[in-house]
Design a protein around this ligand. Sequence first.
Ligand SMILES: NC(=O)c1ccc[n+]([C@@H]2O[C@H](COP(=O)([O-])OP(=O)(O)OC[C@H]3O[C@@H](n4cnc5c(N)ncnc54)[C@H](OP(=O)(O)O)[C@@H]3O)[C@@H](O)[C@H]2O)c1
Length: 343
Amino acid sequence: LTVLVLGSTGYAGMLLVRLLSSHPNVTSILAVSGSAAGRAVRESDPGLSRHGADKIPGGVYLSPDQAAQKKPDAVLAALPHLESSKLLEPYYGRSVVIDLAADFRIQDTAIFEKAYGTPPPRGDLLPQAVYGLCEVYRKQIKESDIIANPGCYPTASLLPIIPLLRASLIQGPIILNALSGITGAGKKARADYLFAERAENVNAYAPGQSHRHWAEMSEQAAVSGLSGELFFTPHLVPIRKGIEVTGVARLAPGTTGEAIRGALGSAYDGAPFVTLAGDRIPQTRDVRDTNRCDIGWKIEGEHLFFFSVIDNLMKGASGQAVQNMNIRFGLDEAAGLPLTGSS
Ligand SMILES: NC(=O)c1ccc[n+]([C@@H]2O[C@H](COP(=O)([O-])OP(=O)(O)OC[C@H]3O[C@@H](n4cnc5c(N)ncnc54)[C@H](OP(=O)(O)O)[C@@H]3O)[C@@H](O)[C@H]2O)c1
């Protein structure tokens, strides 16, 4: 495959280039950058192996204008939301588009507008777009040319609850508390992301419906059968990468522990990247640098407590985007993606 990456110098874009550089089915990577066009890719990312960089023609970043002449098999866009659907303009109908931003994630345009302050820029294309939560929408992803890669918090939050909602085993309200590492905010120079501000410091932010990911999660939870409310509170914690979600939901009357295990087990049977940890509480360290989501749970009285961990840049962004590409092109779903990290 020839794969084009937009936003190649950002956190997600840089990881995309690295993952594709060792992907067995990718022969050519067109690395595109607005800020570094013409520069050597290994100058921006000396961590990219020399061998991997050989897949990049000339070893240099293309400008978006140069890239617009190309006809890649797939385009993976790691750009800010609203910018993304604009820079993808040359590729609709020409390449398979996988967008890591939010522009195609929400089908209800009123919900999108409430969260992002403007209607979705290419609302006309939404009927063609699929929500790229791989383990849930694998069948639809295989047939779609516009894949909306989910947000990081929604990926970690929805994987434990969608099978349980679909099987009517849990009810609202669902309360989600989430912790994220600092790379979740992207590579921005902002005073509140300085080491001195973040080290030994934890805070909640954008609680409830004020976080944009609430809109995405609540649409997906509602489609899966949630009738009650969804409460979401994200927190920033002083680690570079990793997301942990702790959730509480009410069990539907008569729901047993075996039913919970059975529903999750059958939903993720054969899914290479979901590990059911049962009553072991998973840690971000377990999944760091992998494309995995590990899920644990505990029943107490009428409530289910659940715990979910991902690497926000892998399963939460670039890893899931490559997984979507693999599914769409009929490749081994795990091709080019790590199942085990270093520690
Ligand atoms: N970080 C995460 O954990 C995470 C998780 C899930 C989804 N996402 C989503 O993935 C996308 C990329 O996230 P990121 O964390 O990699 O962000 P980032 O580190 O801020 O990188 C974004 C890149 O987009 C390009 N860019 C920035 N502003 C632009 C503009 N105004 N117009 C055109 N291009 C611009 C730049 O690359 P060039 O100069 O090289 O073009 C920039 O490095 C975002 O939509 C984000 O919401 C991120």
